[in-house]
Design a protein around this ligand. Sequence first.
Ligand code: PRX
Length: 635
Amino acid sequence: MSNYHIKHLEEYYQVYRKSVRNPEVFWEEIAEEHFMWRKKWDNVLSWDFTKPEVKWFEGAQLNITENCIDRHLHIRGDKTAIIFEPNNPEEEAQHISYRDLHDKVCRFANVLKEQGIQKGDRVCIYLPMIPELAISVLACARIGAIHSVVFAGFSSSALATRINDATCKMVITSDGSYRGAKTIDLKGIVDEALKECACVETVLVAKRINTEIHMEAGRDHWLQPLLDEAYHDCVPEVMEAEDPLFILYTSGSTGKPKGMVHSTAGYMVYSAYTFKNVFQYREEDVYWCTADIGWITGHSYIVYGPLCNGATTVMFEGVPSYPDFGRFWEIVEKHKVNQFYTAPTAIRALAKEGVEHLEKHDLSSLKVLGTVGEPINEEAWHWYDDNVGKRKAPIVDTWWQTETGGIMITPIPFATPTKPTYATLPFIGIQPALMDENGNEIKGNQVDGRLCIKFPWPSMARTIWGNHQRYKDTYFSAYENKYFTGDGALRDEVGYYRITGRVDDVIIVSGHNLGTAPIEDAINEHPAVAESAIVGFPHDIKGNALYGYVTLKETGESRNQNNLRKEINQIITEQIGPIAKLDKIQFTNGLPKTRSGKIMRRILRKIAGKDTSNLGDTSTLLNPEVVQDIMDNAL
Ligand code: PRX
């Protein structure tokens, strides 16, 4: 039996037991056998959730890029590390071998040094999904600079906030980016942001769309000529286990975004170990995660986790709908993708288009399908299973967060029997707890509560950049000695977990706790419904009542809307009970979504509550135009 690669359910239980009975022995063995260290640790783990302070592998020294690149050079130097699939299918894909990657990362690292970047400096990366994005992330790690990747769909003010919060000395960007048929003036957005950022001394600009752009003398430099001149080898900086590797911002329910700080050693061990097991990656496989590296999913499961395992990882620049809705399937066929990892929102969007795009492509290479980011509704789960995986490729519904650094609750494919909408079992080493409102742990099965984690795991965020108090208040104050996830979950009769959504999305109606996800699931089963979102609004008798925003598959649905409303409530009544019936159902042309695909319920809640004087920060919305439309037609 190998603790590193779990293949059967009994093995999972055995390894799991070992990992929680004696976590230090367990993680020490994983760290020792599968990674490259400059110096071993003095102490595997020390922790105190009251401070909170967590340290893994203290005293160890390493560089994560030696683990991601150098150690593969002898055995798989010519193997493809990164397949770059451009936005335009007519443009040729690039295959970057581990040897090429070493060369590119070293040159980039030397450019950073020449431009005055030192260990501990913060570098903001604002790039589209082009190879320079992964390479610059690794180049920062090579020299011990802390990268702060900002998703290149964020506006200039969101970018400026993030640059200033981490006082970044440098920004790495490109002249522009492609997004389907559109081009975006990224450099213009950076220029606008930098009007407010005195801390930035240097901007490096990659050429992607070849447009004329403004270059500020003394500050802005084209990247390529510097790379061409740079030396092709760079001695990795020796880092301490707990040195910060990166900062990644995540929006809180209130206030400015939180810069989650991840460590070097613990993050490396956990992202690599989860990658290997959750995707059952094998040496010849081609793995594709459709996320953007601007999110944690891209950090852990496009860059660090796959590369630490010597994997071939696909980076896709484009969107699922360009040039048509068959693009994902075309890429799967072209690169013979074995593991495919995407988000429920993408699955629903593709399902809406029907199966004809799928039928044109050979998807037989697919072995494992993943989903992440939000609860996956039952209809989407089955569509994915039936049409993409042809019921042969298990679906791993992976629950985790920016803060957790790696996957926390998930099936292990071919080992854990899956169950639609359930993330199933805690991953190795993860000790979840469900809590009631009084702060007590709810034991046993067939229960629901607030999801906490009661023991540290290696890749947990260590703090919020510049605000440790906020870290403590947000995650460690709600429940004593536990990390609070902000999510609700239920545990079924066999101990499987189902994430029911953010706790702030739980609505109490007449004293009953109702998770929004199961109600939305029910609504989405109506054949005319594409997507839905439920929020609560104040009600004199019930405390809260339910307001449903429902998008239909065909706009201009000719059926009588009142009949549709009755049918929807009938399905809810059947699946959950009359308590969950909606008081109001508004048909909408779309739902306001963040750029990562999450429905922005805060706005919907305000509209439902007729409190629209201040909708708060809407700068992260992908489709702000739907908000006015929803407001105009509110019930
Ligand atoms: O509510 C959970 C939801 O996404 C939140 C974390 O969001 P973020 O930090 O942006 O990270 C997303 C990618 C890891 C969680 O608190 N979430 C994530 N995965 C799932 C999920 N909800 C249900 N099922 C999931 N598989």
